[in-house]
Design a protein around this ligand. Structure first.
Ligand code: GDD
Ligand code: MN
Length: 385
């Protein structure tokens, strides 16, 4: 643009889709919030909004007072191709070494921008997340159910991806541009911060509280497609994370451990069948119930050893510890079986649920309970890590 200032220090990226009634006000507030001695630019990334957001910003830029330390720019994209990719386009065009990303709909208060810039500088960190979920942060005007969905989605992300921040799904954050240098991004869906948290290495992160206020004008663009993209991206990032070493040590998280636990569970079935079968055919006149008991005992034992070694990565097989762990493991296995039986009976008899459905539910509950109990009490790990 003709009146560009050279080398802005801070670039603010604002993705827009149908924000004609919000964008000018937020641009004004941003300009007024940034300390006057900092050279900065705001870049709006518009996806050809049908309501004319792009045109309105163009007009505003024409009349924007040029003798300040702040410029405004707009990138016009031809179609709505996703929030993450819009933000990424903005980042690519940005000239600042500090980048701030925020929404146009007044959910994110620009008044805390100075604090974000300050924190990046003073605390020597690389990413500052404006957070709803640290002490002092909150959400205004969201329904209980939207709050719950957000909490659950956050929990899922943390379990799958092994990330520290309390609000990894925030759409309001600041970072040093150079941390993106060596990473390749998929840019699926809504959550570019989440992808950054997974794909950048050795970055220091800080969270500062803010109050998220639901938009007064226009609609959220979050729809079922975006939720689907979210699930896909969590899966992709999970696969990515599995193949990457963090702090030189491969980290096995909650989900990988659950997967191992159930793989072993499946092998346990085989061990059970095979050993029962061996006894029945190998020992003449053996009572089949004894053979089955032997099968159950062998599968519990093999499950225990494999889980100790592989799932929970506990290589300490000293006698006392192993015996204590084994008795807990066997108790939980029995408990799981009892709960399963009780549940199948209850659901089928009193809730009129079809047998196959109650069986699936009961097996899943039993298996999950089993995993959780063993993780916490047998192998003494934190539950959600
Ligand atoms: N260019 C572009 N393209 N902009 C988009 C698109 C798109 O496909 N989809 C949404 N936007 C813009 C909106 O115009 C708005 O400025 C911002 O992105 C956020 O969109 P909303 O539709 O208002 O999202 P939300 O309020 O449901 O969710 C926001 O808040 C969450 C909690 O902080 C987002 O910022 C999420 O990323 C965030 O997790
Ligand atoms: Mn919003």
């Amino acid at each position: 643009m003709e009146y560009q200032i050279k080398n802005p220090k801070v670039s603010i990226i604002i993705p827009t889709y149908n924000e004609s009634n919000n964008i000018i006000e937020i641009l004004k507030q941003i300009k007024n919030s940034i300390p006057k001695n900092i050279i900065s630019e705001t870049i709006v990334v518009d996806d050809n909004s049908p309501d004319g957001t792009g045109r309105i910003v163009e007009e505003y830029i024409k009349n924007f007072k040029k003798i300040t330390n702040h410029t405004i720019d707009i990138i016009h994209r031809t179609a709505k191709t996703g929030l993450s990719s819009a933000i990424f386009n903005g980042i690519q065009e940005a000239k600042g070494e500090t980048i701030i990303v925020m929404d146009a709909d007044h959910s994110h208060p620009p008044q805390i921008i100075p604090k974000m810039i300050e924190s990046l500088k003073k605390s020597h960190c690389d990413i500052v997340i404006a957070s709803r979920y640290v002490k002092g942060g909150q959400i205004k005007d969201w329904t209980i159910s939207r709050k719950m969905i957000s909490k659950i989605a956050t929990k899922i992300a943390k379990l799958f991806l092994n990330i520290e921040p309390k609000d990894p799904m925030s759409g309001f954050f600041a970072f040093k541009k150079n941390i993106l240098k060596n990473s390749k991004f998929d840019l699926l869906g809504y959550k570019i911060l989440l992808e950054m948290l997974v794909k950048t290495k050795n970055v220091k992160i800080m969270e500062i509280p803010y109050t998220f206020t639901d938009r007064k004008i226009g609609q959220s663009k979050l729809d079922s497609q975006i939720i689907l993209d979210y699930i896909k991206s969590i899966w992709k990032l999970y696969r990515f994370g599995k193949n990457v070493k963090t702090n030189n040590k491969k980290y096995t998280n909650f989900v990988s451990k659950a997967a191992r636990f159930y793989t072993i569970g499946a092998t346990g079935l085989l061990v059970n069948l095979l050993s029962s079968f061996l006894i029945v055919t190998g020992i003449p006149d053996v009572w089949y119930i004894h053979a089955n008991l032997f099968g159950i005992a062998s599968s519990i034992s093999s499950n225990f050893i494999l889980n100790k070694f592989w799932t929970f990565e506990d290589k300490d097989f000293s006698k006392k510890k192993t015996v204590v762990q084994f008795s807990k493991f066997a108790t939980f296995s029995t408990l799981g079986a009892v709960i399963q039986l009780g549940m199948v009976f209850y659901l089928t008899e009193t809730q009129n649920m079809p047998y196959y459905l109650s069986l699936i539910l009961a097996v899943m509950t039993g298996a999950f309970g089993n995993f959780i109990l063993n993780k916490k009490y047998t192998f003494k790990e934190k539950l959600l890590e």
